[in-house]
Design a protein around this ligand. Sequence first.
Ligand code: ADP
Length: 265
Amino acid sequence: MALFETIPLTGLIENGIRTDGRKIDDLRPVSLEVGILPKADGSALINMGKNKILAAVFGPNEVHPRHLAKQNTGIVRCSYRMSTFAVDERKSPAPSRREVELSMIIRQSVEPTIFLEYYPKTMIELYLQVLCADGGTRCACINAASLALADAGIAMKDLVAAVAVGKIDRPDPPTIVLDLSDVEDKEGIGDMPIAMMPRNKEITLLQFDGTLTPDEFKEAYELGLKGINELYEMQKTALYEKYAVIQENIEQNNGKNESEEQSNE
Ligand code: ADP
């Protein structure tokens, strides 16, 4: 997908066009890559606009300390960290309250999709490292996290896809838009991150900051659903691509072995 151009606007939306050239129902350019960290059990990299986030999964492994293990189910631990260089002003390397809260929110958004009952007495660790932040990092993290979990071979009901929908104005009247950028997140008048297991439309995260009328909420939900379905297709493609490469390598190796056997005969 072509990068959207940044066009000079005094407000956030003018004649239906946003500061980065997108229409109201456009996602930012998204790229997803699976299995990029050889030392993790599962991993993914997401670029969503200028967000660049790495997700790594370890496990299921033995729980430490052991008394935290649960007899009948596995547990998920999640760590969201934003790098000091991820934002315009250097961020303190010390973990912030925001990072602690987002770690919990991301964990709660992906946990419902995991068959944790298959992994009693174990833990699955999920690490999200934000290398560059551009608004909507929690949603981008959820998209990458569910891919990394699938890459680790964790039994799941579905992938989880997430996007933020919001309300922006100036000079146009308040408009519901898809996938808020950093400036829209900060200067807009509403922000609603949604995460969902798209197959049965089970919502795993719905937050809201601002005010929406019932009609606006309906419009925002429909727009969010459109974005989530687009992201879901991209997630599935990213997984298929990884396995297509593996399949190609296996076929090449099989072909090589067969020709070696023939030349030995
Ligand atoms: P989300 O990233 O999920 O939208 P927030 O609403 O807390 O979560 O953050 C919005 C955006 O604000 C982030 O994506 C990031 O671009 C920016 N941001 C967050 N924390 C900081 C910080 N400490 N310094 C500068 N910008 C920040």
